[in-house]
Design a protein around this ligand. Sequence first.
Ligand code: ATP
Length: 360
Amino acid sequence: MARIDLVDLAHSYGGNDAPEESFALKPVTMTWRRGGAYALLGPSGCGKTTLLNLISGIVTPSRGKILFDGVDVTTQTTQTRNIAQVFQFPVIYDTMTVGQNLAFPLKNRGMPRPEIDARVAEIAGLLDLTPYLSRKAQRLTADAKQKISLGRGLVRSDVAAVLFDEPLTVIDPELKWQLRSKLRALHRDLDLTMIYVTHDQTEALTFADTVVVMHDGRVVQSGTPAELFDRPAHTFVGYFIGSPGMNIVPAQVSGREATISGHAIALNRSYDRLPAGARIEVGVRPEFVEIASPASNLLAANIERIDDLGRVRFAHVRVGDTRFSAKVPPGFSVSGNNAGLVFDPSRVHVYADSLLVEGE
Ligand code: ATP
């Protein structure tokens, strides 16, 4: 497995002369460590597949470099880069048995037969494919075929990285749950660098130790699931991750407070030096705003709806023209539409031009 460095990497399908704003991948410099479990997360069209295809060598970048363990591989083919890939739909040989399918990438690399057999047995065991090893792939369900694809991607231990592009799309929802955690366990067992593309935050957060979030062709944050939750570096990360997403509301700085719809709420001391009067956005996760009975010292809100998610209830409220999601404290009984909002100041973040303003 390799450490992968992207150096000022960018790609435009419209040629190099196109304005940078139109690039499918805007310039990015970052490192993917050896043996990491990465998820590449973002909505449809944000550039995930483009970035994955640049790493694998399917697409040659318009600009920048890709290094594997310090070696420039920018112009190398996928095969020379020694990358394994699993796509959205099964890529297998229907007329071969499951065992032959799993053995194929190893045979291709000239591995001795006894070693092939041992590795195929190990991978089949990990993916619960052992009972099917001598069955023809064409006789199996779509789920099983995709498991074979996963197995083919994971069977070689000498690859630089394994890249997965939305690999659970065709999998039945119930099995999807199992396979998500299985892939996480496989990463631990197999000790490979893995990059997993998905638009599904649950899939990303279950699989990865580092989640790379993309938005509009840019990598906007790379961090652990906890970092993305606790300190979203960009407003997009705030509302894309979390359910419901982060509240992002326009505000104005006044002293050590932010004024939202004419009401001042306290900011963390680390924001002491913000210029008075500055127009900012305040970001606070619904988990850290609670509704309470209306009171003059609380931001007044109008309750529109309550979602009861079993262990937690979220109120969807309106403050002037702004919509908020807020936690309903356990035992709080909602009467009428009016409520006050209580903020945890240590969880209120400040954003300027969509980027997190770091406190002192
Ligand atoms: P999805 O999840 O829908 O596949 P994605 O995040 O993987 O989306 P990409 O497929 O990388 O996004 O696409 C990024 C942008 O590049 C989109 O605007 C897309 O239309 C464009 N694009 C992707 N492939 C090509 C191509 N071969 N030629 C021209 N434009 C392309």
